[in-house]
Design a protein around this ligand. Structure first.
Ligand SMILES: [Mn+2]
Length: 431
């Protein structure tokens, strides 16, 4: 039994108040779905087995270029972060894995991380390297890039950092490395597009050589920021080229915020699935750019359409299809634990809605060119309130029917607020 950061009787008391209403709602939804030939318990089981990883950096309060307003009881170090992640998992039963960021989460002995996670019943997802900011004391600066830098010493330093992330990951049981770089240019002519991409590929090949045989490497594309004229890994096409050049352990990661507004992300997902290069996701939501807003908070229909492609791939029994699901968000005005609880639920909601799409009917409408009924088939699933399925999946796994309410009732934030001093930050950005 893992150590529990929230007392089980607090969750049980909150569940007790809600369980009879849940049963009524679940039965009614079960009857509706049964009429459509769907067994609700099967959907609930599928949902209960769907997990999304929490980013260690997500449990601290984020910020913008302008300011960061610290919250109460923010984690002081990776051990506090793991405690907060354990709370999210205890309540949602949806987030058993944590994605680390090096050097932010670096400790003297990585075995300490493994021991702390083991005690909490958590494990580790993909390792994230950082060559977009300078760590204290590092020899070469990343101001003008890292893996694509003009200087070979800088490139070598960035390569070695990624290899170090793999080495730490091996000790703590990770099986993947995610590489996102800030490399790019702010002025036309500042860099040579072809030369910098050649240098990047050479660097990535050096990292790839050191990847264990049972690991995967994920690369994330992003169209702008911190570079504002061009980025080296600009778009999904570039990302696909990288994964193809590197080999069969290399996959593309889709961060929902890393696209221009209105880009058809679900179609990008379908293309990557078709050519077996979809590595996984960084879930978040976006209004204008890489806003890092909470999943499903702006455009839940888009999140559903992404999951519609994923479930379609499962339905078609696509070979070697096991995308990694991670959240990548910045919580500037909410309690990060509450935001991550809601986000994990929103991601599961999109999955549950996609699971109840009548795929046979959809296929028939597509074949018959019945555009309206094809759209209605998707909408019918999206309009279905699947909350009873999500709540029942949590309850059956030992979580909370209403996880935010249970979290607030637990007093966890107030209690850690007493041990963790508020740390003001002069700089902005995600911390
Ligand atoms: Mn990301």
């Amino acid at each position: 039994m893992p150590e529990q950061r929230i007392r089980a009787d607090i969750i049980a008391a909150d569940n007790e108040k809600r369980v009879s209403a849940l049963k009524v709602g679940y039965e009614a939804l079960g009857a509706k779905l049964s009429g459509e030939g769907i067994d609700i318990d099967t959907i609930t089981e599928n949902v209960a087995e769907f997990f999304v990883a929490i980013p260690s950096w997500g449990v601290g309060t984020g910020g913008t270029r302008f300011a960061r307003f610290p919250g109460i009881g923010e984690p002081r170090n990776i051990f506090d972060k793991l405690d907060d992640c354990a709370v999210i998992h205890q309540l949602t039963q949806a987030t058993p894995r944590v994605s680390l960021h090096i050097p932010w989460d670096k400790v003297d002995d990585p075995r300490q991380l493994k021991a702390h996670a083991d005690a909490l019943g958590l494990s580790f997802d993909a390792m994230n390297s950082n060559t977009f900011s300078d760590a204290p004391g590092q020899e070469h600066s990343y101001k003008y890039g890292s893996l694509s830098h003009t200087n070979s010493g800088t490139r070598q330093q960035a390569i070695e950092h990624n290899i170090e992330c793999i080495e730490i990951g091996k000790i703590i049981g990770s099986k993947a490395l995610t590489v996102w770089i800030g490399d790019g240019s702010n002025f036309p002519g500042q860099t040579n597009f072809m030369r910098s991409f050649e240098r990047y590929l050479d660097s990535m090949k050096a990292i790839y050589k050191r990847l264990p045989s049972d690991w995967r490497i994920f690369t994330e594309h992003k169209m702008y920021e911190p570079a504002f004229y061009s980025t080296v890994v600009q778009d999904w096409g570039t990302n696909y080229l990288i994964a193809t050049e590197l080999g069969n352990k290399a996959y593309c990661l889709v961060d929902l915020g890393h696209h221009a507004p209105n880009v058809n992300i679900e179609m990008i997902v379908a293309r990557l699935v078709q050519f077996r290069k979809l590595g996984g996701f960084h879930f978040n939501d976006s209004k204008y750019g890489d806003d890092d807003l909470d999943s499903g908070s702006i455009d839940p229909y888009r999140l559903f359409l992404v999951f519609n492609e994923l479930v379609d791939a499962e339905y078609r029994k696509t070979r070697d299809f096991h995308p990694a699901h991670m959240i990548d968000q910045s919580h500037n005005v909410t309690d990060p634990i509450e935001s991550l609880i809601c986000s994990a639920n929103e991601i599961r909601r999109a999955y549950a809605q996609a699971l109840i799409v009548d795929r046979k009917a959809l296929e028939d409408y597509q074949e018959a060119n019945d555009a309206l009924m094809a759209s209605e088939t998707l909408k019918n699933a999206f309009r279905t309130d699947v909350e009873p399925i999500l709540a029942m999946a949590r309850l059956k796994s030992g979580g909370a029917i209403a996880p935010v309410a249970a979290f607030r009732a637990s007093g966890y934030r107030e209690s850690v607020g007493k041990e963790r001093p508020i740390v003001a930050s002069g700089g902005g950005g995600i911390v």
